[in-house]
Design a protein around this ligand. Structure first.
Ligand code: SF4
Length: 451
């Protein structure tokens, strides 16, 4: 049992979500394009890769948003962006040793469904020309139910997409007004049915707890609406209030935000209702139906973590395309330029539009593996993992003081190098992972709170 005050203290700590290690704020700004070209050229031609395409446009701004997005007030900037994305696809493919096989494709944003059907078709044709789509390819797209065009839905279905993700967040009308995102349950249900009708069988909902004016009662009602629509997966994220970074969040009054205790109660109640409705809890914030591939991957310990969260994608290489996209190769991480003007100019001059990157060291790879195990399974065999990479049993000596405190506080157990987070400590998984983070600088890092 963790003492309430101790839990609250941990929960207030700012720690990363560990979608990579090191995390993006630690990528180096002096990273050069030539290094990325060398990495791309050295990829194993027979190993499938994954692609992430960032479409940064939205029709309306949500006040809670922390993404890299632009308001799509006119058609021209979207058309220009698509033209440059097609050029970037060619630049990346030219740098690779072969026409690579793609096992995973993800369109994120922003709102990818702001694209007109013709633009979407052009991007898919550009990808098919330069890459080989695997027969079993998982293709996912994020969608905004408020601005959905039936023709776009049909086009997504016709291109063989297997999964659609909706930003549902919360159904309470007062909360929706406070976050500037009005979408009643009927609107979401209609969109879900449209996609299912178009052959996109798998549905994901993103929900948020910790929003302005949100309570345990509102999130309960939201969960009941969601359960009725039976999405295959639900991601339940804590709202990250970072107004120093996301200026739009200044429209959310601080005094409308729930306390740490209320946030924890909302997360716990939502999880309880979802598990009672037949969903399996996965990692720190996902829930999936028993037959979903994420549940199977969690049970067979094949679950992975990447920049989109939890995934079944085994690819070691994820190529990010579009402004601000982050990619991963066996050699390190790369992030594209975030500002669309500078991103476009780099592409038009024939340069890969990289802004930052990080060449991973042997120590990074070991810590990344341990952190991924903790984030996916709530446990890690520290000595075995170290041994597999040629490290002595005491490789994690620097983490021992933090681990001892976490053991004393009831967050985890650690016997003979086998770390396991307790049931009470599961909400503090990110804190446990951070014990192995050599780059974490709590005084400078602007990460969200742990719970
Ligand atoms: S739709 Fe998504 S990306 Fe666009 S403003 Fe809202 S939260 Fe941000």
């Amino acid at each position: 049992m963790i003492a309430a005050e101790t839990f609250a203290e941990y929960a207030r700590a700012n720690v990363p979500r560990y979608t990579s290690y090191p995390t993006a704020p630690h990528f180096k700004p002096d990273f050069c394009e030539a290094t990325y070209r060398r990495w791309l050229g050295a990829l194993e031609p027979k190993q499938p890769i994954s692609l992430y395409l960032h479409i940064p446009f939205c029709r309306q701004m949500c006040w809670y948003c922390g993404c890299n997005m632009k308001l799509a007030k006119r058609r021209e900037p979207v058309a220009d962006y698509v033209a440059n994305l097609l050029l970037e696809i060619d630049l990346i493919a030219d740098a690779m040793p072969a026409r690579m096989k793609v096992g995973g494709l993800h369109f994120g944003g922003g709102t990818p469904t702001v694209l007109a059907p013709g633009q979407f078709d052009a991007i898919m044709a550009g990808l098919r020309k330069r890459f080989i789509f695997a027969a079993e390819m998982e293709a996912a797209i994020e969608c905004d139910p408020r601005t959905l065009d039936e023709k776009v839905v049909k086009s997504i279905g016709a291109h063989g997409f297997t999964r659609v993700s909706f930003g549902v967040q919360e159904f309470d009308a007062a909360v929706q007004a406070a976050i500037n995102r009005i979408q009643p349950p009927e609107m979401v249900e209609r969109a879900v049915n449209q996609f299912r009708g178009a052959g996109v069988a798998n549905v994901n909902f993103d929900l948020i707890y910790g929003l302005p004016y949100q309570t345990v009662a509102t999130i309960k009602r939201t969960i009941m609406h969601c359960i009725a629509m039976r999405p295959n997966r639900i991601a339940l994220f804590g709202y990250a209030h970072v107004p120093w970074f996301a200026k739009n969040q200044r429209k959310i009054p601080e005094n409308s935000l729930p306390s740490t205790k209320e946030r924890a109660a909302m997360a716990a109640e939502a999880a309880r209702l979802l598990v009672a409705a037949g969903y399996t809890a996965i990692g720190i914030d996902h829930f999936a139906l028993a037959d979903d591939s994420l549940t199977v991957a969690a049970k067979t310990e094949k679950l992975r973590r990447n920049f989109q969260g939890y995934t079944t994608d085994p690819a070691e290489t994820l190529i990010g395309l579009g402004a601000t996209s982050i990619g991963r190769t066996p050699f390190g991480y790369v992030q594209n330029i975030g500002e669309t003007g500078a991103w476009s100019r780099a592409i038009q001059s024939g340069r890969l539009p990289v802004a930052r990157g990080h060449e991973t060291t042997r120590d990074d790879r070991l810590r990344a593996r341990v952190i991924e195990q903790i984030m996916c399974f709530g446990k890690a065999d520290l000595e075995k993992t170290g041994r597999a990479l040629g490290y002595p049993p005491n490789w994690y000596a620097d983490a021992v003081p933090a681990l001892r405190s976490l053991v004393a506080d009831g967050v985890l157990t650690c016997v003979s190098g086998k770390l396991s987070i307790t049931a009470d400590g599961s909400a503090l998984t990110r804190i446990v992972a951070s014990a192995f983070d050599r780059y974490l600088e709590t005084e400078n890092a602007k990460h969200s709170v742990a719970v």
